[in-house]
Write a new protein. Structure first.
Length: 138
């Protein structure tokens, strides 16, 4: 509560960090629930922790560090927002695939495509920032 997450709603570069931590909370909660309820597989928790928390935080730190270390403004752009949405949807569909047996394969395929798109979006959007110097200010 002291992080004042509501104040981060206007800046996706900060909001995504809060979302990454939310995945951590969800993953631990799912792990505990999976021990209480046989119908909830522990793999749901594992994927919330890995695809959700680790995947989200990895992209969050990579984008923020790239922008900061290349002298760019610490705010998100449309590419950044898109990759945040893609990695979040990838994690949601991956966790859902462990629960919905009838839809498991389509969800797995969707999750894979979303995951690839998120990280490819980072490569395409942020690669040039890392490889080439920004133009000198006038």
């Amino acid at each position: 509560m002291r992080w004042r997450g509501g104040a981060a709603l206007g800046e996706p570069l900060l909001l995504i960090l809060h979302l990454g931590y939310a995945w951590l909370v969800l993953g631990v909660a799912l792990l505990g629930l999976s021990m209480l309820y046989a119908g909830l597989p522990a793999t749901a928790a594992i994927h919330a922790l890995t695809a959700g928390a680790i995947g989200t935080m990895t992209l969050a730190v990579m984008t923020r560090a790239t922008r900061g270390h290349t002298g760019r403004e610490l705010s998100s752009d449309s590419t950044t927002n898109a990759i945040y949405i893609l990695v979040t949807l990838a994690a949601v569909t991956r966790v859902a695939a462990t629960i919905g047996a009838d839809w498991a394969m389509p969800l797995l395929i969707s999750s894979t495509c979303l995951w690839i798109a998120a990280f490819m979006g980072f490569v395409l959007g942020y690669g040039p920032m890392l490889l080439f110097r920004p133009p000198a200010p006038h």
